[in-house]
Design a protein around this ligand. Structure first.
Ligand code: AMP
Length: 302
């Protein structure tokens, strides 16, 4: 099943206690596409400026990502400046420059309208909805968002959420969106906004999935060397939806495996800056880490 993703394509300047990069390839749709491309065909919808380096397009093409929906506009590419302290779960946004995203209104090429899986990666919720409205009844719609949009576009975000099956959101943002400190109650409050499934990303503490009947939990992989958590959430979503699109099965059992696959992909992302940790993986690397997750969480019944 083809996955259509709309989100940011960015040049990120990021500082962590372990190093820093300037204007490196980033953006929610980029991390997502590279990650999902290991499992299913991906079409990316976004905009870049005229300053966007060609070599980044080459990398996406080499991963088989379809760029028909990637517009190039006069102006500067979206830029994000962020930093992390020793608590890598907390990203500090130093500056967000929307640039070409400020006036972006995509018209979806006809060939992309039939995508059966749609991911609305972190970007203006109005833009997320405009893309979704141009698709022909996809089977599965998932979304992500962040504090920037919860604070700047709360009404538009609520409207988008009504159309979404799965929301993947990080812990602090789930609390902020639901205005509820307790995570279980926050997830229930978000389900009442539209998504039947709420996936709460908790950084190094793993991920929780709430559906109407059960809660499922997967740990994060205990890594010794973490360099940059940027993009972990989007890479997670790429593994999660990529797995579901490949399996063509959205049952609960399949979603549980997908949640672990998302965690596997995120564990690779944080090992390097920008997309270094995920751009050159093999299916063998991915399967081996999936097995390690199984061993990590396996226990016998009483
Ligand atoms: P995450 O998976 O949450 O770490 O996502 C990190 C990516 O989100 C970075 O590569 C940024 O370029 C991108 N990003 C940061 N702020 C925004 C925003 N307001 N809208 C869209 N994308 C953003």
């Amino acid at each position: 099943m083809r996955i259509l993703v709309v989100g940011s394509v960015a040049l990120d300047s990021v500082k962590t206690p372990f190093g820093e990069v300037q204007e490196a390839l980033g953006g929610s749709a980029v991390y997502f596409s590279i990650s999902a491309s290991y499992f299913a065909p991906v079409s990316l919808v976004a905009v870049v400026g005229q300053d966007f380096p060609q070599q980044h397009l080459g990398l996406l093409r080499a991963r088989g990502v379809d760029l028909q929906g990637l517009h190039q506009s006069p102006g500067r590419t979206f830029r994000w400046h962020g930093s992390y302290g020793y608590d890598l779960n907390e990203a500090r946004t130093l500056r967000t420059e929307l640039n070409v995203f400020e006036h972006f209104s995509p018209s979806l090429p006809g060939s992309l309208r039939g995508a059966q899986v749609v991911f609305l990666a972190n970007i203006d919720p109005e833009l997320q909805r405009r893309v979704l409205q141009q698709t022909n009844s996809p089977r599965l719609v998932a979304a992500d968002t962040m504090n920037y949009w919860i604070e700047h576009k709360p009404r538009e975000l609520r409207e988008t959420l009504r159309l979404v099956n799965i929301l993947a959101i990080n812990e602090a943002e789930a609390r902020e969106l639901a205005q509820e400190a307790n995570l279980v109650r926050a997830a229930r409050a978000i389900q009442a906004m539209g998504p039947q499934v709420v996936v709460i990303k908790r950084g190094e503490y793993g991920v929780l999935m709430f559906n109407s009947r059960s809660i499922f939990s997967a740990p994060a992989y205990p890594l010794e060397d973490i360099h940059d958590p940027t993009g972990a959430g989007d890479t997670f979503a790429g593994g999660f939806l990529g797995y579901l699109a490949k399996a063509r099965d959205f049952s609960e059992a399949s979603m549980r495996k997908a949640l672990v696959m998302g965690s596997v992909m995120a564990s690779f992302a944080v090992e390097g800056f920008s997309v270094a940790g995920i751009k050159g993986l093999s299916l063998k690397d991915i399967e081996a880490r999936f097995q390690e997750f199984k061993a990590l969480t396996h226990f016998e019944a009483l």
